[in-house]
Design a protein around this ligand. Structure first.
Ligand code: GDP
Length: 297
């Protein structure tokens, strides 16, 4: 089914290869051009695209076509496998400590990416995973972020630890974690200050918060609609603070999701979840194979 729809979309590619008994540099050139265009249209970073094309070519060229197997189909299968592979192949789970200490999940990202929403979504996900959860409101910069988190927390019946907007985020997080430990909460989700652009002061704060909270996960929240920029953003956050994964939001829009490939490629960190709507239940585990189909589609 999956390959059927891809094959349909890449019909020309597939037709042109019909009847060849070997995939060669020459007969695959047109197809590769089409693939390149598809990936660029899907907003995949150019460097990532070039790397992928090289890899796909290496695997495809010279490959003997098995009698009865359509060579175009074979190429599409290779492409799909390569894309899936570089996105991590298997679904990456959320950390879960087993030593009785709370699992601490730090969320970072630019303002508007969907960080506060993702914090609540993740809290609900944890509840469904039978974990007790507490949210820690550490975004003291965006007006209304704390109220927003409290409203969301009320909706899903999860406590939100807050000290208002006048407190230092470092204190909020220190005290929030202490409280989480006292109450034997399984998972603590920390909403950190969003930023409009990456600036040194806020990065320093994020590093401090990380030192204090010693998180089991530092997840970068990335807006899928930002396309190519997602690569630059991820690289900076990863170099500055180090991330263990990402949440790609707003995939319910009409973006093809090329950002997914870039995030994984530049940081080496897997995307763990995707946001597919504004509502608190609209969070799904990231499945590389599904995303590969979307990007190629
Ligand atoms: P923050 O500044 O990073 O904390 O961003 P917010 O959590 O306030 O989200 C910014 C806007 O994006 C809000 O209007 C959210 O409702 C919306 N949003 C967040 N995640 C998603 C998503 O997965 N899909 C859609 N369509 N909207 C989202």
């Amino acid at each position: 089914m999956l390959f059927d729809s891809l094959t349909e979309k890449m019909g020309e590619t597939v037709r042109k290869l019909r009847g060849v008994d070997k995939i060669t540099e020459k007969n695959v050139a047109g197809a590769m051009k089409q693939v390149k265009r598809a990936l660029l249209d899907a907003d995949v970073n150019l460097r990532v695209v070039n790397g992928l094309i090289k890899q796909i070519k290496e695997r495809a060229i010279g490959a003997e076509v098995v009698p009865g197997v359509d060579p175009g189909q074979m190429l599409i299968k290779i492409m799909h496998e390569e894309l899936t592979e570089i996105m991590g192949k298997d679904q990456a789970p959320l950390a879960k400590r087993s030593d009785g200490q709370p699992t601490v999940v730090l969320l970072a990202g630019l303002q508007g990416a969907g960080k506060t929403t993702a914090a609540a979504k993740l809290a609900l996900y944890c509840l469904k995973d039978k974990r007790s959860v507490m949210l820690i409101a550490g975004d003291v910069y965006r007006p209304a972020a704390i109220d927003q988190l409290k409203t969301l927390g009320d909706m899903i019946n999860v406590d939100v630890f807050s000290m208002g907007t006048d407190a230092d985020p470092r204190d909020i997080i220190r005290k929030g974690i202490e409280k989480g430990k006292e109450n034997k909460i399984d998972t603590l989700i920390v909403d950190t200050a969003g930023r409009q652009v990456i600036d040194a002061k806020l990065m320093k704060e994020l590093k401090d918060v990380k030192d204090i909270s010693k998180p089991d996960e530092t997840l970068l929240v990335v807006d899928a609609m930002t396309g190519q920029e997602a690569a630059t953003l991820t690289r900076s956050f990863n170099e500055e603070v180090g991330i263990t994964g990402a949440i790609l939001t707003k995939l319910d829009g009409d973006t093809r999701g090329g950002a997914a490939l870039s995030v994984q490629q530049v940081s080496g960190a897997p995307i763990k979840f995707i946001g597919v709507g504004e509502k608190v239940e609209k969070l799904e585990p990231f499945i590389p194979e599904r995303m590969a189909s979307r990007i190629l589609g």
